[in-house]
Design a protein around this ligand. Structure first.
Ligand code: TYD
Ligand code: MG
Length: 456
């Protein structure tokens, strides 16, 4: 049998294939990521579903029927925003996140409110029993008409989708559903691809809007990410520090709207609550006049968000100085410390540096650079910044300040929360209209050194 079966080894991280097993993936360099899979027998026949079909013919682009009404609200504004304005019929969304972060809760709440609009919704639970889902629904106080299918078989899911016209269907999770066309275990790359492709096919042929829930691996990527991400229309990441109650929903890909959108939720006893005024939440616990604390107006997608970054600098006692970053890219921190040392004359290379984004937030845009540098210098010199100042700007390797995206949006949010001064790249100030400069004291700087001088 081993002879007849065409085996293939596929990387679980990047999806690259190899005819023989290798200890290291030649494509992405991952160690021990190759897994044995069987080439799908005839993928086109399994993907096409039962029955033969007539060939599609080309039509003029302008003749394509489109209906704006084909988008509808989930009833959760924060979720609608990251989807690009609501659910698109036939659209496929991958919702990824760590186990226990709240994916099932989020999707169940959304389903309930879609069902309350009189739409037909199906929740396929392949991980938890029907009783467990019902228990959660009761805890959430839901009474909406959600159809539940407890199975791990792809064929069962197709049968249900064929039997009834659903508006939305959820698969929780994609890693636990298995296609009988393949012999490998559920969750293998071959299975993931087969299950996702087959369901996506059903959605595209006039089926429901589909949500696929997926777990994230230790490394922070969806298992078989490349395999799934190009198949689906939208990829959402649900993240947050499990020790905090705030959760952030991010768009990392969207064929139906802007990517890099952001939604904020709070996990409460009665489920997830939308957080409209997220900025005030993330800076609520800011210490009063404490060294090492700096507020930066971030802007991911159309959502401005004020975040407090903190740094603690202490002399390294022995060995190489330590750099620990939480919610901030550690490599970026290392680069910024080197720029501080070489271009701004701040001696930090023999210091331990701990940096974090407060409140379990995660910031990974270049606009945070200057705030991070300011927090480090503030802690090093034990000089708190004025409470009413925000700091933004990208720092280049030559110590120059570079413009950020959407400066006006960021400043408006800072003003709204009572900040009256901003240190920012000169190039950004030049891009602001007179109106946008109104109400906040702008302190433009061309270099990191200038900015630090203005601040301290
Ligand atoms: P869950 O949605 O099961 O996470 P996932 O599907 O991503 O694995 O949520 C699990 C956590 O959420 C669990 O630790 C309990 C918590 N939780 C609440 O705090 N309040 C609630 O109302 C619910 C339903 C869950
Ligand atoms: Mg779950």
């Amino acid at each position: 049998m081993a002879k007849a079966a065409k085996t293939l080894f596929e990387c679980t991280a990047c999806g690259a294939t190899s005819p023989k097993w290798l200890g290291r993936c030649p494509s992405c360099g991952g160690w021990s990521t190759l897994e044995e899979t069987r080439a799908a027998r005839t993928p086109s026949s399994t993907r096409g579903g039962p029955g033969a079909r007539a060939a599609e013919l080309p039509i003029a682009l302008t003749d394509v029927q489109m209906d704006d009404a084909d988008r509808f609200s989930t009833g959760l504004g924060e979720l609608d925003r990251v989807l690009g304005g609501g659910v698109v019929r036939g659209g496929v969304t991958l919702l990824g996140g760590d186990p226990g972060i709240g994916k099932s809760t989020l999707i169940l709440q959304a389903l309930a409110s879609v069902a309350a609009q009189g739409k037909r919704v199906l929740y396929v639970t392949a991980e938890e029993s029907a009783a467990q889902v019902a228990l959660r629904a009761r805890r959430l106080g839901m009474s909406a008409n959600v159809m539940l299918l407890a199975t791990t078989e792809l064929d069962d899911v197709h049968a249900s989708l064929d039997a009834e016209r659903y508006d939305v269907a959820v698969i929780d999770s994609i890693q636990t559903v298995r296609s009988s066309a393949l012999e490998s275990a559920a969750g293998s790359v071959a299975q993931l691809r087969e299950v996702a492709a087959s369901l996506t096919g059903a959605a595209k042929r006039g089926g429901p809007a589909l949500f696929l829930i997926g777990h994230v691996t230790k490394e922070g990527s969806l298992a078989g990410p490349k395999v799934l991400e190009h198949l689906v229309d939208t990829v959402l990441a649900f993240e947050g520090d499990p020790t905090h109650s705030y959760r952030i929903l991010r768009t990392t890909k969207n064929r139906f709207g802007p990517s890099h959108e952001l939604g904020v939720f709070e996990m409460a006893r009665e489920g997830l609550r939308e957080v409209q005024d997220a900025s005030s939440v993330f800076i609520a616990e800011r210490p009063v006049r404490a060294a090492g604390s700096v507020v930066v107006p971030t802007a991911q997608g159309s959502r401005p968000l004020l975040v407090e970054v903190q740094a603690l600098v202490a002399p390294a006692l022995y060995g190489a100085p330590r750099r620990v970053a939480t919610g901030i890219d550690a490599n970026r921190l290392a680069v910024l410390l080197a720029v501080l040392q070489r271009k701004a004359g701040v001696h930090v290379l023999d210091q331990d540096v701990f940096a974090s984004a407060a409140g379990g937030a995660r910031v990974d845009e270049p606009a945070v650079d200057l705030a991070l540098c300011a927090a480090v210098v503030s802690s090093l010199r034990d000089r708190p910044l004025a409470m009413e100042v925000v700091v933004l700007g990208e720092v280049g390797l030559a110590g120059e300040l570079r413009a950020v995206t959407r400066p006006a949006l960021r400043l408006r949010e800072a003003k709204r929360l009572g900040f009256t001064r901003a240190v920012l790249p000169r190039a950004d100030v030049a891009r602001l209209s007179a109106d946008e400069r109104e109400g906040i004291d702008l302190m433009p700087a061309a270099t990191l050194e200038d900015a630090l001088q203005a601040l301290f």
